[in-house]
Design a protein around this ligand. Structure first.
Ligand SMILES: *Cc1c(COP(=O)(O)O)cnc(C)c1O
Length: 395
């Protein structure tokens, strides 16, 4: 038996999304820019998908640009806001310390070009203080970019308030909503959003496709030059099967949203209660203002990587906040930003449940994590020192 508990990393494609894309892989393979009927049918499918996506987030179809996913959307939103800001002689961007690397690395690039970026700290719960955003905005500021929900610790940000502040201050507001769209209610109008990134593979669509919402009136610059696809803003022959499946997946996710969210919230709370029983452990992120599927913990005296490998042996797919596997020994910037010391941040575990999760599975996860944590602590020198009083417990 396998339990896939890494839905923040990617999700399984829904049956409806697979079925929706099939005809565009097999029969309707024409280039949407072609004038004959195969091409026109493909074009029609894209425009229908655009309408569906727009409806799901409260936008108008003309405000939706299909991209290769969340990273590209984040890059395009931020770089083009910067180009517009520069024209007005503005140089300052406000963000926070726990953004996704697609946002952070784009901002680093801009800093090297002379832009000024303010990284607002987050509280212990991982929430950005909207009042701090307001205070940070001055007349040189052109962009605020704050993610809708965090991919590691699941905290949901006060997007509507921050968006309202940006409207008053006449500053563009972008949000990376990759973890939110399809999972919690998102409305670009009600939430006062100017630009928003989303990615299909995070809501049961395919990988390599997503979209950028850009409010009417904002001049979008392109990252990719070439043909006139996406109204001249994103060149390259469209990923027709991907776009069609993206829309089908989003429509399905939105229509089942409240049902799934209610079920997941109760399973997540069960999981959090169970894991809380482990001594010297702590929940990461706000206990209430968090995504329905996300539970993230730190366990003192162990390494996240060993924990993941042993859980994998037990049939559980999970993730750790630390980036050791990708060749860096730095713990997650998100866990450090919420005040976890380095050693503690290394012992983290992220579990993100899927819509088909059950109570039995959650209980099995709890039991397995308890077992593996105490097994690993059994031969951890760090744990021995903690128990011997040679170093102090931090959790
Ligand atoms: C997954 C993710 C991204 C990147 O999306 P891709 O489609 O994989 O490029 C960006 N931001 C957040 C918050 C994410 O979770």
């Amino acid at each position: 038996m396998r339990i896939y508990a890494d839905n923040a990393a990617t999700t399984k494609m829904s049956k409806k999304a697979v079925e929706a894309m099939m005809p565009y892989i097999t029969d309707i393979y024409g280039n949407p820019s072609s004038l004959y009927s195969e091409g026109q049918r493909a074009k029609e499918a894209i425009e229908n998908a655009r309408e569906t996506v727009a409806r799901c987030i409260g936008a108008s179809p003309k405000e939706i640009y299909f991209t290769s996913g969340g990273s590209e959307s984040d890059n395009q939103a931020i770089l083009t806001a910067a180009a517009n800001g520069k024209k007005e002689g503005k140089i300052k961007i406000i963000t926070d310390a726990i953004e996704h690397h697609a946002v952070l690395h784009t901002l680093r690039k801009l800093e090297k070009e002379g832009f000024e970026v303010v990284y607002l700290p987050v509280g212990a719960g991982g929430i950005v203080d909207a009042d701090e955003v307001e205070k940070a905005i001055d007349d040189r500021t052109f962009l605020v970019t704050v993610m809708y929900a965090n991919n590691e610790i699941g905290t949901i940000q006060p997007i509507r308030r921050i968006g309202g502040i940006c409207i008053n201050k006449k500053v563009v507001f972008h949000t990376d909503a990759v973890q939110a769209v399809g999972h919690i209610p998102v409305s670009v109008v009600d939430d006062n959003i100017d630009m928003m990134s989303a990615s299909a593979h995070k809501f049961h669509g395919p990988k390599g496709v997503g979209f950028l919402y850009v409010k009417k009136g904002i001049r979008l610059h392109n990252l990719i030059e070439g043909g006139a696809q996406e109204r001249g803003k994103r060149a390259g022959t469209e990923n027709v099967p991907g776009i069609v499946a993206c829309a089908a997946a989003l429509e399905e996710s939105v229509s089942n949203m409240s049902l799934h969210a209610e079920k997941l919230t109760s399973l997540r709370d069960r999981l959090m209660r169970g894991l809380n029983e482990i001594p010297h452990s702590a929940l990461n992120g706000d206990p209430v203002q968090r995504l329905p599927s996300n539970a993230n913990f730190c366990f003192e005296g162990i390494e996240g990587e060993s924990l993941l490998l042993l859980l994998d042996d037990k049939g559980i797919s999970a993730s750790s906040g630390s980036a050791c596997t990708s060749g860096s020994l730095d713990p997650s910037h998100v866990l450090l930003a919420i005040g976890r010391p380095h050693d503690v941040a290394h012992g983290s575990l992220r579990l993100t449940l899927g819509n088909d999760a059950t109570e039995e599975q959650v209980d099995y996860i709890i039991e397995s994590v308890k077992e593996v944590v105490s097994y690993l602590r059994g031969f951890s020198p760090v744990w021995r020192d903690l128990c011997a009083g040679k170093s102090k417990f931090l959790l």
